[in-house]
Design a binder for this molecule. Structure first.
Ligand SMILES: Cc1cc2nc3c(=O)[nH]c(=O)nc-3n(C[C@H](O)[C@H](O)[C@H](O)COP(=O)(O)OP(=O)(O)OC[C@H]3O[C@@H](n4cnc5c(N)ncnc54)[C@H](O)[C@@H]3O)c2cc1C
Length: 395
């Protein structure tokens, strides 16, 4: 199906109806508050989406995709977020799936894509290293040929969700000749392979999201290389474009705006609901305009993806702006709540706070802390500014 003005309303209603019938109210409540919903709930939701043909809408139809145009995809994501659906499978659906469809061998596609769709495989991203972040091309993890295998040695860090994953797509050094970028390959690694160990790396506020992986003489079949040897850099870059497009996170910003609006009816400023305060209303209007502009820019980028086959450095504009819009909404929520934003997750768990603090306050400060992270992930805001000045402004 592709979207015409006439059936847009019907399509939105269909999504709303699907969410109403299939989404557990507790999962919806947690998603609306930006809280993790848990692996079991994500798997259950993805299974329902796959059964409905909506598990990986952006993929090619033969692999379970929808065949929708970009506008329809955009509406789908917008409507899902508006009805409290959790974000599922970023690494599986938005990263490795598109890469394998574009660059994988038929064997790799047939083996990995169905398992990525069903979540039998859970993927994580092995790009960064202790000495290679913004300057990713300086990565040192090496893969040396030994017959039909590579022997991998080195370490990867900041691996989000690595402790929940069973597969990693990984950048490795296969040559030290010529330009640094020209000696990198893209490998698919089964994390059960002997020689791999992992340790947690905790967020500054305690959450376990990140991991460090160590590879000690790990044998990876050459058949697990995506693309040609030493040609992994272009694949890595196209995946980063997908990551940055996703990093605009307009759907999450829309949920935050909804939360801010709901809170503004409960929380009082000078004895009146905040929504009646002129200064608050002025700030709220600014946040709404920024978000609408971000949504329009994301839509334009998706159209460009269709017309030109890529969005190039425009992805950096989206990431830069999307993070700012999200962070401003988080800040507005915390400012409105004042001290009620502060209780940590653990303080909620015994239920003692519920009588004093609105439920919508839950996780407000944590969300603000968490959103420091996406400003660095996938290339920091400073790095995005450099890309924009160099490739868009030609400075
Ligand atoms: C929430 C989160 C999730 C992540 N998930 C993953 C993951 O799943 N897999 C993965 O591989 N990696 C992941 N990362 C790592 C991420 O890609 C790196 O943190 C990022 O690329 C920055 O690298 P670095 O941490 O080494 O910082 P550095 O590169 O050392 O940068 C330090 C500071 O210097 C600035 N800087 C560096 N170079 C320049 C420059 N040329 N011009 C201007 N300023 C510069 C940076 O902006 C930054 O402020 C994640 C990071 C975060 C925060």
């Amino acid at each position: 199906m592709n979207m015409h003005a006439g059936n847009e309303v019907a399509f939105r209603d269909e999504i709303a109806d699907f969410c109403k019938k299939n989404l557990d109210p507790e999962v919806r409540r947690l998603s609306d508050l930006g809280l993790p919903v848990g692996e079991a709930a994500l798997l259950e939701w993805q299974t329902k989406l796959v059964a409905r043909g909506w598990g990986a809408p952006s993929w090619e139809e033969k692999w379970g995709g929808s065949g929708w145009d970009m506008r329809t995809l955009f509406i789908f994501e917008e409507e899902m977020a508006a009805h409290g659906a959790p974000l599922v499978g970023t690494f599986n659906i938005k990263m490795i799936g598109p890469i394998l469809q574009a660059h994988g061998t038929p064997e790799q596609q047939a083996h990995y894509l169905p398992k990525a769709l069903s979540f039998e495989h859970a993927w994580c991203q092995g790009y960064s290293e202790p000495g290679a972040g913004s300057d990713l091309a300086s990565l040192q993890t090496r893969a040396e040929r030994d017959g039909d295998d590579y022997i991998v040695n080195g370490t990867k860090i900041w691996t989000s969700g690595g402790h929940l994953a069973n597969h990693m797509f990984c950048l490795v050094r296969t040559s030290r000749e010529g330009r640094r970028q020209a000696g990198i390959s893209f490998l698919l690694i089964d994390l059960e392979t002997p020689g791999i160990s992992q340790r947690p790396v905790h967020h500054f506020y305690g959450a376990h999201v990140f991991n460090q992986f160590f590879f000690d003489n790990v044998r990876v079949p050459v058949a697990n290389r995506v693309g040609k040897e030493n040609a992994g850099w272009d694949i890595a870059k196209s995946l980063l474009e997908h990551e940055r497009l996703f990093s605009a996170r307009h759907t999450e910003a829309r949920r935050k705006l909804g939360r801010l609006e709901r809170l503004s009816k409960d929380v009082r400023i000078h004895g009146r609901p905040a929504i009646e305060d002129p200064q608050f209303r002025d700030d709220l209007a600014k946040r709404k305009i920024e978000l609408r502009a971000l949504e329009n820019a994301t839509m334009r980028a998706l159209e460009r993806l269709v017309d030109d086959g890529g969005i190039g450095p425009f992805a950096s504009v989206l990431k830069l702006r999307g993070i700012e819009v999200n962070q401003r909404l988080d800040r507005a929520i915390v400012q409105l709540l004042g001290p009620d934003a502060l209780p940590a997750q653990a303080a909620w768990e015994d239920g003692a706070l519920n009588a004093f603090v609105p439920d919508e306050a839950r996780n407000a400060a944590e969300s603000r802390y968490w959103w420091r992270g996406p400003a660095i992930a996938g290339g920091s805001q400073e790095v995005q500014r450099s890309i924009i000045t160099k490739h868009i402004l030609n400075l």
